[in-house]
Write a protein that binds this ligand. Sequence first.
Ligand code: FUB
Length: 337
Amino acid sequence: MTNANNIIKRSIIWSLSVLAVSACSETTAVEQEAQTGTTPTVIQFNNPVIQHKFTADPAALVYRDTVFLYVGHDEAEVGAGFYNMHEWLVFSSTNMVDWHEYPVPLKVSDFSWAKADAWASQAIERDGKFYWYVSVEHASVPGKAIGVAVADHPAGPFKDALGRALITNDMTTATDIMWDDIDPSVFIDDDGQAYLFWGNTRAYYARLKPNMVELDGEIMVIEGLPDFTEAPWIHKRGDWYYLSYAFQFPEKTAYAMSKSIEGPWEFKGILNELAGNTNTNHQAIIDYRNKSYFIYHTGGIQPFGGSFRRSVCVDELYYNPDGTMKRVLMTSEGIQK
Ligand code: FUB
């Protein structure tokens, strides 16, 4: 009995010391190899990709073989019950692992007509200019609104392109809520026609004029997206259009596909499960250097991450031969160099 206990104790101590060693630096791993004669498995935990700030609502743009990542900055205190977001941030990478941070490129206060809430956004390039569509709280038209900023470089500095909102709450009437005009996703089709998608509870889209700062026609309500909450993201692969979105609440990510950007959309099911440690789940989907990536946020920096202290993560995305997307596997390892 005593011997058996000793053996169990020794193996627990040995396992704990191996675990402690493998959690430490490369030098310690080398020491482990010398001491135990085993080759350590070096695992890089690369998610979340930004660790020194809380980041949310990712959007990404590939420009000249570099990925630019646009996020909102979560600044809520530990235990806060809602968002505290005043600015957006930009990072770039050429390997999806190491991210270079730029000076703060855009703040709510850069829009004279806005008063709060640097919520979800997306940027796009057209004719050498960069247009960044953002959600904010309007100062005089009650409710959320969408503004557009412009810059000559993907990392800014950006300035208000219009001096007023592009979309205000009174322009959409499919729901009475004050926050349905959020989460813009912008897309330029192969024929050069640009579109803006957005919404909360109801999903909307409108054509944009070539100047990217005026709507070209009426605002359309999208039907056929079950349990649409928010966060539409449009992308195209081959001749399929994909509309992914935050589904239910707390949010999973679901998606629909269509052969036309104007629909009808066919619901394809869940793409990403509940993050579990945050009630939102906001995605961006890009291709970069022959791989596809799913970029999202979780409350993954523990113990103080959560619904209002989120962190952007990246994992690979895979397609089936019929064009549908395989369910995302959220990992701690993320992308490996
Ligand atoms: O970050 C504020 C809001 O939470 C975003 O606009 C939504 O997509 C959700 O992530």
